[in-house]
Ligand binder design. Structure first.
Ligand SMILES: N[C@@H](CCC(=O)N[C@@H](CS)C(=O)NCC(=O)O)C(=O)O
Length: 206
């Protein structure tokens, strides 16, 4: 049985949200773990199989699946749904492109921007946050979601990052309403509630 190692209130919450979107597959075990957090709290958890103590991570039959973009592909293939176009279907290329672009471009530029790091070589490689935001605005100019009329796991990942880094949301344009649509889902509310409950239990037992 695959096991999803989840660190509440972290990047891993996107994967918990996806698991809920996928209908909470009965054969997917969820193990909650601690991680070292940016504010100095938490600790690397001996139960976490990730070689760097990070989350999320899934282990299935001895295979380790790391990195949210890869985990999203793996989960949506293993538990087919309308959250991802299948291989060979229209939309599959854009779906994969958004996931890879998020991991390889958008998250790096968001972090560089947050840290106020400016460097011409980095900019030549990744462009910058305004350019990334522009790509999302263009995609949403004539459609409610990144792939078209329906919500997908690409919206979950990219929209969730805009919700987290809310200072990235432009005052005008389609992104604000799209982020709200992406957040207004039972899966997001459930994951948030479960994470908050786990964090409260952890701090009361500390
Ligand atoms: N690129 C990875 C990032 C994973 C990551 O950095 N997770 C953080 C939580 S937000 C973590 O586990 N931090 C603990 C640590 O760095 O020790 C992904 O998208 O899955």
């Amino acid at each position: 049985m695959p096991t999803f190692y989840h660190a509440p209130h972290s990047r891993s919450t996107a994967i918990l949200t996806l698991v809920h979107e996928l209908g909470d597959p009965a054969d997917l075990d969820i193990v909650r773990i601690d991680i070292r957090r940016g504010d100095g709290s938490g600790a690397s958890d001996p139960a976490n199989p990730h070689p760097e103590g990070k989350a999320p991570v899934i282990v299935d039959a001895g295979d380790m699946i790391r990195e949210r973009a890869a985990i999203i592909v793996w989960l949506t293939e293993r538990y087919p749904s309308d959250l991802a176009p299948n291989a060979g279907e229209k939309g599959r290329g854009p779906f994969l492109s958004w996931l890879a672009w998020y991991a390889g471009v958008m998250e790096p530029v968001a972090i560089l921007d947050y840290l106020k790091i400016e460097n011409e070589d980095l900019k030549a490689t990744f462009r910058d946050l305004p350019t990334a935001v522009q790509r999302v605005e263009e995609a949403l100019a004539d459609r409610p979601y990144l792939l078209g009329d329906t919500y997908s796991a690409a919206d979950l990942l990219v929209g969730g990052a805009f919700a987290f880094f809310s200072q990235m949301i432009p005052e005008t344009g389609p992104i604000r309403a799209w982020v709200d649509r992406c957040q207004d889902r039972d899966s997001v509310r459930r994951a948030g509630t479960e994470d908050a409950e786990w964090m409260a239990r952890m701090s009361s037992s500390a």
